[in-house]
Write a new protein. Structure first.
Length: 186
C-alpha cells in the first residue's frame, strides 16, 4: 500500500507541476523515476519514451502506466495513471466552472506566454538527453540525423508531409539495416 501511495503522489506531483504535455514531462518523469527513486533504468526510460510515442494516448499517461506496472503491477499502474491524470482534470474542471474567459485575464495570458518558453526548453532538454543516450553506432546516428534533417526541411518549407511518415520511414530503414546486419553476422 505504501508503494501505491508513493506512485500516486509522485505522479500527481508530476501532473500538477509540469506544463506543456508529455514531451515536457519526459525529463521530469526521468528525474523522479530514474535518478531520484531508481524505479526504472535510463534504458527503460528511453524505451518508455519510444513506446509511449508510438502507442495511442498521451505520452505522460503511457509512461506513468508503464512505471506503475513495473513497480506495483496492475494496482501500481492504476495508482500512477490516476496520479498523473487527476491534477489536470481537477484544475481544468475548476477553471471551467468559475471562469468563462480565463485566458482573457491579462496576468493569466502573460503567465501562459512564459510557460510556453519554459515548455520549449523542457522539450529541448528531453531531446538532447535522448540524443546523448542513443547508441553511438554510426548507422543509428545517421538515421537520427537524416530524420532530424527531414523534419527540419518539412518545417522550414512548410511541406505537407506528416512527421509520422518520416518516423515510420526511419523505423523501416532501421529494421531493414538491423535485418541485413543480422544476416551478415550469421
Amino acid at each position: 500500500m505504501k508503494l501505491l501511495i508513493e506512485l500516486f503522489l509522485t505522479f500527481a506531483k508530476i501532473g500538477l507541476f509540469t506544463f506543456g504535455g508529455g514531451y515536457a514531462m519526459i525529463p521530469v518523469v526521468e528525474d523522479n523515476c530514474v535518478d531520484k527513486k531508481g524505479w526504472i533504468t535510463h534504458d527503460e526510460m528511453m524505451n518508455i519514451t519510444v513506446i509511449a510515442e508510438s502507442t495511442p494516448g498521451p505520452i505522460a499517461i503511457n509512461a506513468a502506466t508503464y512505471v506503475g506496472l513495473r513497480r506495483g503491477g496492475l494496482p501500481g499502474a492504476i495508482a500512477a495513471t490516476l496520479g498523473v491524470i487527476l491534477p489536470s482534470f481537477i484544475i481544468i474542471y475548476a477553471i471551467s466552472m468559475f471562469l468563462e474567459d480565463f485566458l482573457e485575464i491579462a496576468i493569466i495570458s502573460n503567465a501562459f506566454k512564459g510557460i510556453k518558453i519554459g515548455v520549449g526548453f523542457l522539450i529541448l532538454d528531453a531531446g538532447i538527453n535522448m540524443a546523448l543516450k542513443v547508441s553511438r553506432d554510426a548507422m543509428a546516428v545517421g538515421i537520427m540525423a537524416a530524420g532530424f534533417g527531414a523534419l527540419l526541411i518539412v518545417d522550414i518549407f512548410s511541406l505537407n508531409v506528416s512527421s509520422i511518415a518520416i518516423l515510420l520511414a526511419a523505423g523501416i530503414i532501421s529494421f531493414a539495416m538491423y535485418f541485413i546486419r543480422g544476416r551478415r553476422q550469421r
